[in-house]
Write a protein that binds this ligand. Structure first.
Ligand SMILES: [Zn+2]
Length: 53
């Protein structure tokens, strides 16, 4: 768990903002968690695409 997860899950960051934050912070996350955050953002993008149908 990092600031990106925390803020995104508390809806303090939009998906775009979370992606930007991830781009800036990715190098500071450990590789396992980096993969988890990537997955979280991908899942969110997928969910968003479906809800826009
Ligand atoms: Zn995190």
């Amino acid at each position: 768990m990092c600031l990106i997860c925390l803020d995104f899950q508390n809806q303090r960051l939009t998906l775009d903002e979370a992606r930007r934050a991830f781009g800036e912070m990715a190098s500071t996350l450990d590789p396992d968690h980096r993969a988890e955050v990537e997955e979280m953002l991908e899942q969110a993008a997928h969910d968003e695409a479906e809800s826009n149908d």
